[in-house]
Design a protein around this ligand. Structure first.
Ligand SMILES: Cc1cc2nc3c(=O)[nH]c(=O)nc-3n(C[C@H](O)[C@H](O)[C@H](O)COP(=O)(O)O)c2cc1C
Length: 366
């Protein structure tokens, strides 16, 4: 995969390889795609204040969280229909993540399913729960997750209703993924989405009691909900707007990060995702108090471009970008980063999910 010299090569290759419908599924957002674009606009509204003439020859991008040391503060955010991008699906992601020493979150609705993904890889896996049945169904899934040795459970809370993703509606997208019903205990995951609407904060305690695993609450967008999540036992607050795929007209993730970090007050680790595609993006979040950053679209593009090896190469490239950026900022450890390294600014390009890749933008509009 040395054929990919930059992340831009990877995104260009993904565009060549994916059908227009699957490209839209991966890259698009909901409704008018305002939240999708705000994720980028917010990242591009932060500039760096570098410090110089410090010995940075030993810059180290590793970070410890959930009790484990990882090579970089970046993890694989959960993606549902991964087999539309690569036949190996979640297993390809888990293997690339293990090789690269980063964490991978496995979606309830990703194939080849809970056990096959865990058995086929030896990395640090977290299970991401979508509720597609009653509480007995949830208990059954949790027992399987525990037995398969997942290290934590992520509950996604920003999906009380599936959103209107108009590119998928216009394209008449039908996700054909053989074996998915069986992997979920014989249910139709699309029809059973309705269960998600009934959920309340009590679910956190139920999952913790059942599994004795740390619980990550994904989809927090306000300090009010961050505090409630903590009161109900969340171990990690995961700031996310689902990459602009759920509620439209939200704020950019990194815009809301500082007030949520303040509300959490060091009582839990804070993850964030939404528009992160560059090493510099990741360091902005760390400077604002995030523990780690999730990537989904970049993960999907890399998987589509080159399967497991393509994703491992993308993680290697983002690691390299982080290392270079750390040295140019004058730091050797992520713990040195704080708000003094940042300054508000104006974006230099109109926001777009790919606006961090100028070579892509020169060639394609979408
Ligand atoms: C194709 C695709 C499928 C996704 N599927 C899930 C999912 O099954 N569960 C979930 O919690 N989030 C899902 N997400 C949201 C991501 O986990 C993540 O929150 C978001 O996409 C991060 O923004 P980014 O794509 O800009 O990196 C999905 C995102 C994409 C792009």
């Amino acid at each position: 995969m040395a054929e990919f010299a930059t992340l831009q090569d990877i995104v260009l290759a993904a565009k060549r390889k994916l059908s227009p419908t699957n490209w839209d599924y991966l890259t698009g957002g909901s409704d008018s795609e305002t939240t999708l674009k705000r994720n980028r606009a917010a990242l591009d509204s932060i500039a760096f204040r570098p410090r110089v003439f410090r010995d940075v020859s030993q810059a180290d991008a590793s970070r410890e969280y959930l009790g484990q040391k990882f090579s970089i503060p970046v993890f694989m955010a959960p993606i549902g229909s991964l087999t539309l991008l690569d036949p190996g699906g979640a297993l390809s992601v888990a293997k690339a993540a293990a090789k690269s020493e980063v964490m991978s979150m496995v979606s309830t609705v990703s194939m080849p399913g809970i056990e096959a993904t865990a058995e086929g890889s030896d990395g640090y896996l977290v299970f991401q729960l979508y509720v597609r049945g009653d509480m007995d169904w949830v208990d059954g899934i949790m027992d399987r997750v525990k037995a398969a040795d997942y290290k934590a459970v992520t509950i996604t809370v920003d999906t009380a209703s599936y959103s209107r993703r108009e590119r998928d509606l216009v394209n008449r997208l039908v996700k054909r993924e053989p074996g998915k019903w069986a992997a979920l205990g014989g249910i139709d995951p699309l029809r059973e989405r309705r269960h998600q609407a009934k959920l309340t904060w009590d679910l956190i305690a139920r999952i913790k009691d059942r599994t004795r695993l740390p619980v990550i609450v994904k989809g927090i967008a306000t300090p009010e909900d961050a505090k409630l999540a903590l009161e109900h036992g969340a171990d990690v607050i995961y700031v996310s707007n689902h990459g602009g795929r759920q509620l439209d007209h939200g704020l950019g993730s990194i815009q809301v990060l500082p007030e949520i970090v303040e509300a959490v007050g060091g009582k839990a680790e804070v993850f964030v995702d939404g528009g992160f595609v560059r090493g510099s993006d990741v360091l902005k979040a760390i400077a604002l108090g995030a523990t780690a950053v999730g990537i989904a679209k970049l993960q999907g593009w890399a998987l589509a471009a080159g399967g497991e090896a393509g994703l491992a190469r993308a993680i290697e490239l983002i690691h390299e970008e982080i290392r270079v950026c750390m040295m140019l900022l004058g730091i050797t450890s992520l713990d040195e980063l704080d708000g003094s390294y940042l300054h508000p600014t104006q974006p230099v390009t109109p926001p777009h999910p790919l606006s961090a890749f100028p070579l892509f933008m020169e060639k394609h509009k979408w």
